[in-house]
Design a binder for this molecule. Sequence first.
Ligand SMILES: Nc1nc2c(ncn2[C@@H]2O[C@H](COP(=O)(O)OP(=O)(O)OP(=O)(O)O)[C@@H](O)[C@H]2O)c(=O)[nH]1
Ligand SMILES: [Mg+2]
Ligand SMILES: [Zn+2]
Length: 431
Amino acid sequence: MSTANTLAPLLNRVMCPQCWHKFHPEEILWISEHQDLFDADHRVPNAQKRFLPSRFTPNAEAIDPRGFPCHKLACPNCHLEIPRPLLELQSLVLSVLGSPGSGKSYFLAAMASRLRHVLPLKFFTTFTDADASLNWRLKESERQLFANSRPDQIQELGELIQKTQEVGDEYGYAAVNFGSQSVNYLRPYAFTMQVQDNHPNPKRRGVGRAICLYDNAGESFLPGMDKSASPVTRHLAESRVLFFVYDPLQDSRFRGLDAGLNAGLVDKSHLGSQEGVFQEAANRIRRYSGLSSREKYPRPVIVVVTKCDRWANLVDRDLMSRSAIVETPKPLSDGSSVNLNCLDTGLVRSTSDKIRHLLSRVTPEIVSAVESFTDHACYVPVSATGAQTQVNPTTGQQAVRPGELQSFWAEIPFIYSLAISASGMIPQVSR
Ligand SMILES: Nc1nc2c(ncn2[C@@H]2O[C@H](COP(=O)(O)OP(=O)(O)OP(=O)(O)O)[C@@H](O)[C@H]2O)c(=O)[nH]1
Ligand SMILES: [Mg+2]
Ligand SMILES: [Zn+2]
């Protein structure tokens, strides 16, 4: 029995979400289970041996060389584990980029937590971890923010989610040996997303995607940090949508607009400008994907303008009371109609215009950096924390009672990307 017919239905081509090797599903390796085969792999240290199977159980599980049935799969190139949904569902890679401290990890935690809630409740779509160990760091961040064991105690934001490390975090990265060369790969967060069978529109039922998201340390986006031995930002080239996390509070011109914006914020300008981070990412995308400097990037760039709990008033006093997901009657193919939740893309775009106007006035180089790269830019305000942060007078750091955290629009960049894509998973309306 071959591997190909043990896992049907499989995609024709699979892409490793770590080393980006593309391969046929029959090339996939299995991860042995017998303890004698521990630390016997020439690529991945301290791991079970990977092997190409020749024997299978009646349940279509490979049998390892010591006769044990196996369950996990690995990439034929880097030997790192690949969650099974990535072999079965079309994958969607999304990159998050931004300077150190801009709020990437907060945004991802708030976004994942909202999507787990909003997609099943409003869009008849499941959103679940494709692999618990890959998503461990993210789940831990979500738990710290939205299911904290001391919800009433004031805690500093920098403690709830710590800065993302550039190396060394055993959950975030994996070292692989290619002969004498060791390569450090960034591990993705992986989700399975599938339209449920109770979706009112039969055409949408069963549509699914495997989602891979990446959370780098901001330092990895600084110029000169792109190394062959640590290709941790290579996901940028495979990404369908870029989320550029822009933090207005790191820019002194922005902070000059409102005295309230200064409290408790650490000046990060010595780390380089945020448009410099974007330019560097754009250069890497051009280099990895062979896009010439005259060509424009054909995919969307969502500028996630974070921490809007601190600056929303500069745009619109009611900004944070608006909801972009609305219930609307939609016609079905059989002539009947049904009330469905839709993304109000009209509201998202008009909000984007207002924020673009503010950025063009205060930090015009951000707008020109993004718009000289793509014709598909959208500026979305997000707050991972909601309006409840305060500044600890002794340390000068932002602090919060975790029980009061309530994110704003954290799921909208993702939902908007799906709504404007051809997947048909998220219906849209423009009011
Ligand atoms: N007010 C407010 N502060 C935020 C928000 N999101 C993040 N912050 C603050 O920004 C700090 C940095 O956020 P992180 O998510 O860790 O930033 P990062 O981009 O992941 O940074 P690196 O891991 O260093 O690249 C946090 O410790 C918070 O103090 C937000 O929505 N509102
Ligand atoms: Mg981080
Ligand atoms: Zn690989």
